[in-house]
Write a protein that binds this ligand. Structure first.
Ligand code: ARG
Ligand code: ZN
Length: 486
């Protein structure tokens, strides 16, 4: 029997009578070994965003069924969340900002819902046993309000003239669906989205169906089975042109008999999109996506997802390009080859191997920046050492150590990107090219589709190198000051 019922008994009168009924109703649960749960934590104590995410459960799958009306800006949706309890639970939280919550159920039975700030608490009738899988279904609707990040960037569900674009790093996804919005809880996603006739609706993964209802509205069904952190979930609605490509052929041989890629994998299928007025002028660079991915497979190993791509949206919508899983999104102004290489590199560094907390963000940005340097060295004749020396000379890159941004406002500052990349270059020079290559590829295999911390990386690098690298980390990863020489 649950704590809740006992508390009710003390309230006397009617409550006691109800409690008696509840006790009777709950009798069989008791006989089966009733659970006495406690509420899951309202946050995961992230060093920068302590209330992001929630404790007590681990999401396995999100099925989001959305309808969007660009004219009114109204989004209505159902989030059907499959999770596993990691403790005996009497209640648990989801992160949700704005919107109005309708019916809420847990395992098909109505569950009480309470909201406070960005926390939605669901209290099921029966406590949930540790280890049990359960389903929470939340109906919701409203006009989503974007968030302003600590660094001033706007994110979340961003409305456009004829649609919307949803991006969520670090915290914007709570503006368009309830969830466990911390990068440490990755899950599979199925996103179904219905929009007015004539509009495109894109999301992560592979489109498995597209159907037109009698009223003309169009529903697209997107399947993204590989684990995904919620900040990488995306939706794009509007007038878009799309291009689909089969897995790319060989990068350089041009021979029909050569293996499809040096890794032996046929490579992912590719879907790129551009807002229709930008389609022609972005076509050439979008067509480079398969080739860039194939080259990156040579550098890092197999691409970790079934599909790749890029979506280009009009300027003024987004403050930043984002590596949204399988389909990074770019404002036109940042749709250039370097940024494309960067966001595609994040599919390995950040999306497959995901930081355990926001403190570990350099594992994304330092690595994606170094991926640009490696790509430039391998394919554009610019030695990484040169990029390293340029970055070393820039004052702004030394504001703080990459693994220790002072506050949430500094998460995306230059040191996380540039000093992060410098750490990797220094590591490479210290252990040699072959060992460095082994570290980079092995890291991606060991933590594929998982989460990792900075300590995981330093320990892994030392284990592959077979030596202590403490002095290197002390200066380049954690040191406050710029060393005297690059
Ligand atoms: N991850 C993005 C990149 O590839 C940047 C996201 C910036 N987010 C922000 N809130 N400033 O560089
Ligand atoms: Zn990045």
């Amino acid at each position: 029997m649950t704590q809740r019922h006992r508390t009710g008994a003390a309230a006397g009168g009617l409550a006691a009578a109800l409690t008696a009924l509840a006790l009777l109703a709950g009798g069989c649960t008791e006989a089966g070994g009733g659970v006495r749960g406690t509420p899951g934590a309202a946050g995961l104590r992230d060093p920068y965003f302590p209330k992001l995410g929630n404790g007590g459960y681990d999401v396995r799958h999100y099925a989001l069924t959305l309808t969007y009306d660009p004219a009114s800006g109204r989004l209505s949706g159902t989030a059907d969340i499959t999770a596993r309890a990691t403790q005996d639970l009497s209640a648990f939280n989801l992160d949700l900002a704005g919107l109005t919550v309708g019916t809420t159920t847990v395992d098909g039975a109505p569950a009480a819902a309470n909201r406070a700030g960005n926390e939605l608490t669901l209290r099921p009738r029966e406590d949930i046993r540790k280890g049990a899988e359960f389903r929470a279904v939340v109906a919701y609707a409203g006009v989503p309000e974007p968030l302003t990040d600590p660094d001033g960037a706007r994110e979340g569900w961003l409305r456009t003239a004829d649609g919307a674009v949803a991006v969520g790093e670090p915290a914007g996804s709570m503006t368009w669906f309830p969830g466990n919005h911390h990068p440490s809880d990755k899950a599979a996603y199925d996103i179904t989205i219905t929009v007015p006739a004539g509009l495109e609706a894109l999301a992560n993964g592979v489109r498995t169906a597209r159907r037109t209802a009698p009223d003309g509205r169009v529903t697209s069904v997107w399947h993204a089975p590989e684990p995904m952190a919620s900040y990488l979930a995306t939706v794009t609605v509007g007038h878009y042109e799309t291009t689909t490509e089969r897995p790319p052929g060989p990068v350089s041989t041009g021979s029909p008999t050569a293996p499809a890629s040096p890794t032996g994998s046929p490579g992912p299928s590719v879907l790129t999109a551009a807002e229709r007025s930008l389609a022609a002028r972005t076509a050439a660079l979008r067509a480079e996506v398969p080739g860039i991915v194939a080259r990156q497979e040579r550098l890092f190993g197999p691409y970790p997802f079934a599909v790749a791509g890029a979506t280009v949206v009009a300027d003024g919508t987004l403050d930043y390009a984002l590596e949204t899983q399988t389909r990074p999104v770019f404002p036109l102004a940042s749709f250039d080859r370097t940024t494309l290489v960067h966001e595609l590199a994040h599919q390995w560094f950040g999306n497959s191997v995901t930081p355990a907390s926001w403190r570990d963000l350099w594992l994304n940005e330092g690595f994606a920046t170094y991926a640009e340097w490696l790509y430039g060295e391998a394919y554009e004749h610019v030695p990484a050492r040169k990029r390293f020396e340029t970055a070393f000379a820039q004052e702004a890159n030394w504001a703080f150590p990459p693994a220790e941004p002072p506050t949430a406002d500094n998460l995306f500052d230059a040191p996380v990107y540039q000093r992060g990349a410098m750490v990797l270059h220094k590591l490479r020079e210290t252990v040699g090219d072959r060992t460095f290559d082994g570290i980079l590829r092995g890291w991606l295999v060991k933590y594929r589709h998982a989460n990792a911390t900075t300590a995981d990386f330093t320990a892994y690098a030392e284990s592959v190198a077979g030596r202590d690298l403490g002095a290197l980390w002390a200066v380049w990863l954690y040191g406050e000051d710029r060393p005297s020489a690059p």
